[in-house]
Write a protein that binds this ligand. Structure first.
Ligand SMILES: [Zn+2]
Ligand SMILES: [Zn+2]
Length: 169
């Protein structure tokens, strides 16, 4: 697996997303939606496109709604929430709880990765599955437990917050 070695961080995810991005409305998105027995609607297309253009960044439903409403002002918030749920249900979108109250959405199909979440600024950094491979290996040996590809969320303090002076109050 040495050939798959690459720098940690979100860059590989962005690249992967860009390579898969014959937007607008990647044809595989359309066929995936239809294969699930659903219609390929402008709303679904727009939301998938928005997540794709985010380039692997995680977006809350609120952020998706704000981005989408710039192009499509009549689309209301509850529709966006509902479409995100639907797309999650058919496996095109991944919903991740990153320690906070709010779910974050990203396109399914990016490289397997895990999340580091800063408990102070809530910033999310993605690390490759390889970065935690030794841990996963150890867990498998000791507990016979197979760590899922996308479910590890590590909370901590990011480098910026660690070195920042404490805020008064
Ligand atoms: Zn931080
Ligand atoms: Zn992610």
């Amino acid at each position: 697996m040495a050939s798959r070695k690459r720098a940690a961080g979100v860059h590989h995810v962005r690249m992967a997303a860009a390579q898969r991005a014959p937007s607008p409305g990647a044809p595989d998105d359309a066929s995936a939606v239809r294969a699930a027995g659903l219609r390929w609607t402008p709303q679904r297309q727009l939301i998938l496109q928005t997540l794709r253009e985010a380039g692997g960044r995680h977006m809350t439903a609120e952020e998706v709604w704000r981005a989408v409403s710039e192009q499509y002002a009549t689309l209301n918030r509850s529709t966006v929430y509902r479409v995100l749920e639907t797309l999650t249900g058919i496996g095109l979108v991944r919903q991740t709880r990153l320690g906070g109250d709010t779910a974050q959405f990203e396109l399914e199909g990016s490289d397997p990765h895990h999340h580091l979440v800063c408990v102070r600024c809530r910033r999310v950094v993605e690390i490759s599955a390889e970065d935690v491979a030794p841990l996963a290996e150890r867990v498998r040996e000791r507990h016979g437990y197979h760590v899922g590809a996308t479910v590890l969320t590590v909370e901590g303090v990011c480098a910026d917050c660690w070195t920042a002076p404490p805020t008064p109050g």
